[in-house]
Design a protein around this ligand. Structure first.
Ligand code: ADP
Ligand code: MG
Length: 691
């Protein structure tokens, strides 16, 4: 019978329509989903806790001899309660079974019981402990050496309990065809990986902690290996197969542009610029990512790279994530370059059809050298005469497939420079940007005013907003950032999280008479841009928003930011938000408001007061909140990692990367991997499997 791992979950014995629905809520709809629904924890039953060391509230595995068994009727009709008293030489433990009268034939005094369960105080037992709701128990025949091994614990819900998961996953593992191996034999041997199917079995039902460790390592390796192969494939398709542009060493125009920069490059900028120009001078296409905090001076590097491609007779494209940012870049760049030969144009969605056509024509005829725009720039109908370099800022709006699509624009492959202000921990750059070379700008240019950051409890809101009002009255502008757009009715106490509510409250309250604006992701794009523009032009003094402003406008006059319910954000994100102020000469403030008094939250947010280094914050975030958030933000395109942990599995990651490099050499190997990736990541790899 044809049976596929993509079959729906109701093919598993024990899964009816109701359960299938409940499973779907957890993201489990296929057999493969269930197979990869990995336990969130394990109970090591090979470790037994002596009775004397048991604590109420804990889950433990115990073993003891039955000294006494007693059956009672419960108060409800037909209810039976079996109570056994066990001894293990260190103490006594009571165990209770409800409505299982048949067990009394097995639970004979003198027999040994092995059980895992949660401990509670015995009813009326004056502090004595009892175990009920056993997760497993077994009556051992003599002093034999039966052991339960390690018990999986799943993220369960009310409708789907632990035992149910254990049952259906066990059923899946025993009565369904084995999944074939995907990692090449040579890699398995070389890295001493255990068999794939064995690993699936052991990740759910390990016989020992050692076996579990090896199963986890194998599955984590596979996850990372496949991603690395995908990234290398992209790299090979875009970089190694295609001919790049060999830019020449800097000459007259470059010297002129250097001279126009109103500052000297910092040491970090100079080092990164060296890497960029070396890439551009090679005949393989550049694929480089520059990571640097907001304000670290990435734009200057972009400008130099664009000038370099123009000096070599090519055109440069500079893409921004939003129209308003594109306009800002356009204005700054054309002002700076007005006395050079470089012809600068702007291509955005809101141009009149006539103007739009004109610009497209000028791009096609090479009457423009540098085009600033939004992602409209890499759409199919934009035909460049000779595109030499694409700079995109804000990687997180620019997925892997778009990166690859660029290479199809002309016969030579343009260089690509990606700018990101999202600091990603070093340990993660390989997983997220494995197809790119990475440069970092660690230090900000000199003379920058630090943003003074304060953590305040929400009972101080009155004082905080009085302060904001004073700042506005002395000519400044302010942001108020909220984690949600609207509050949900069920949870009316989260009103302070919701931009819509906060806007209502502030604009009619403490800021009455001051022009306030509201912006969030659900507003129509036109309206959003209008509010942003009004704030930029100073028509609005206070802007209440969600995180949409993260990549928004540059408003040097905005010097104060209040972040409501700051504990709902990650540190990296708070830092990103904070970067919106402190762009001018005024003293700048960021006030984090939180009503959460837990020491852990306080400690986390306090770090914001102490450092302004985005990379440090990103590392802290990774340590405190785990890697998931980074993938979310990155639109990394390859799905979340289900088992590998980029924080702790660095070793495995490095091995997986090495293995990927070694196995992606012959055409056969690559074709095999393409097929595998096409199955797993249909969408993202279409452009590769096409060719
Ligand atoms: P990013 O794009 O990384 O956010 P920008 O390129 O916009 O940062 O630079 C932020 C500010 O710092 C700009 O006003 C820019 O003129 C200034 N700047 C950039 N590099 C230097 C430098 N080497 N020395 C002094 N100021 C600099
Ligand atoms: Mg090159």
């Amino acid at each position: 019978m044809g049976m596929s791992w993509e079959d729906t979950i109701d093919k598993v014995k024990g899964v009816g329509p109701k359960k299938a629905q409940a499973l779907k809520k957890l993201g489990i709809s296929t057999l493969y989903d269930l197979l990869t629904y990995y336990p969130r924890a394990y109970i090591d039953q090979s470790h037994r806790t002596p009775f004397a060391e048991l604590r109420a509230g804990e889950t433990a595995t115990v073993s003891g001899v039955i000294t006494n068994l007693n059956e009672r009727r419960g108060s409800r009709r037909g209810m039976t309660i079996l109570t056994a008293v066990l001894s293990d030489g260190t103490g006594w433990l009571q165990m209770t079974w409800f409505n299982q009268p048949f067990l009394k034939k097995k639970l004979l005094p003198g027999k040994r019981v092995l059980a895992t369960g949660k401990l509670t105080y015995a009813f009326g037992g004056r502090g004595a402990l009892a175990m009920s709701q056993m997760q497993t128990f077994e009556v051992l025949e003599a002093e034999n050496n039966t052991s339960f091994g390690v018990l999986p614990v799943y993220s369960s819900t009310e409708a789907l309990n632990q035992n149910y998961f254990r049952k259906i996953i066990h059923e899946l593992l025993t009565n369904h065809p084995e999944l074939p191996e995907v990692i090449p034999g040579a890699v398995i041997e070389r890295f001493e990986l255990i068999d794939r199917w064995k690993a699936f079995a052991a990740i759910h039902f390990p016989e020992s902690m050692e076996q579990l460790r090896r199963a986890r390592a194998r599955l984590a390796f596979e996850e990372l290996y496949v991603i690395q192969c995908g990234l290398l494939l992209i790299r090979k398709e875009t970089v190694e197969k295609e001919k790049g542009i060999r830019h020449l060493m800097d000459s007259r125009l470059m010297k002129q542009v250097y001279g126009l920069l109103p500052f000297k490059l910092t040491a970090d900028q100079a080092a990164v610029w060296k890497e960029i120009s070396a890439d551009m001078e090679k005949n393989v296409p550049m694929r480089r990512l520059v990571q640097g905090d907001v304000g670290s001076g990435k734009t200057a590097l972009a400008l130099l790279a664009l000038a370099k491609t123009i000096e070599n007779g090519y055109q440069g494209a500079f893409m921004a994530p939003t129209e308003i940012l594109a306009r800002q870049h356009y204005e700054k760049i054309s002002a700076l370059l007005k006395d050079t030969q470089i012809r600068v144009g702007l291509l955005v969605g809101s141009l009149t059809p006539k103007k739009h056509r004109e610009i497209l024509e000028q791009i096609g005829n090479h009457e423009l050298d540098l085009i600033v725009g939004t992602h409209a720039l890499i759409q199919e109908k934009v035909v460049f005469d000779a595109l030499g370099l694409v700079v995109t800022d804000e990687q997180h709006r620019f997925g892997i497939s778009q990166r690859a699509a660029l290479s199809k624009k002309s016969d030579v492959t343009p260089d690509v420079l990606v700018m990101t202000a999202t600091p990603i921990p070093r340990t993660m750059t390989l997983t997220v940007y494995g197809d790119l070379d990475v440069s970092r700008i660690e230090h900000l240019p000199p003379g920058r005013q630090p943003i003074r950051t304060f953590l305040r409890h929400s009972d101080r809101r009155g004082l905080i907003y009085d302060f904001v009002r004073k700042e506005i009255e002395s000519g400044r502008q302010a942001y108020v950032v909220c984690p949600l757009i609207e509050h949900d009715d069920e949870n009316a106490d989260n009103r302070l999280c919701a931009a819509v509510d906060v806007f209502e409250e502030l604009s009619h309250g403490v800021f009455y008479g001051i022009p306030c604006g509201l912006v969030h992701g659900r507003l129509p794009a036109k309206e959003k841009e209008q509010v942003m523009t009004d704030f930029h032009d100073g028509k609005l003094k206070l802007l209440v928003s969600t995180t949409v402003i993260e990549v928004g406008v540059d408003v040097p006059n905005a010097s104060i930011m209040v972040i409501e319910n700051a504990d709902r954000f990650g540190l990296a994100q708070l830092h990103q938000l904070r970067g919106r102020v402190g762009r001018g000469t005024a003293k700048s403030y960021c006030i984090l408001v939180s009503e959460n008094r837990s020491p852990k939250t306080q400690e986390r947010l306090k770090i914001m007061e102490q450092t302004s280094n985005g990379f440090v914050l990103a590392e802290e975030d990774l340590r405190l909140r785990g890697p998931g958030q980074f993938f979310g933000a990155m639109q990394h395109g390859l799905g979340d990692l289900k088992i590998a942990n980029v924080l702790t599995d660095t070793d495995i990651l490095m091995k997986a990367r090495r293995a990927a490099k070694e196995t992606m050499i012959t055409d056969d190997e690559r074709r095999y991997m393409e097929q595998l990736l096409a199955i797993r990541y249909k969408m993202n790899f279409e452009h590769i499997t096409d060719s």
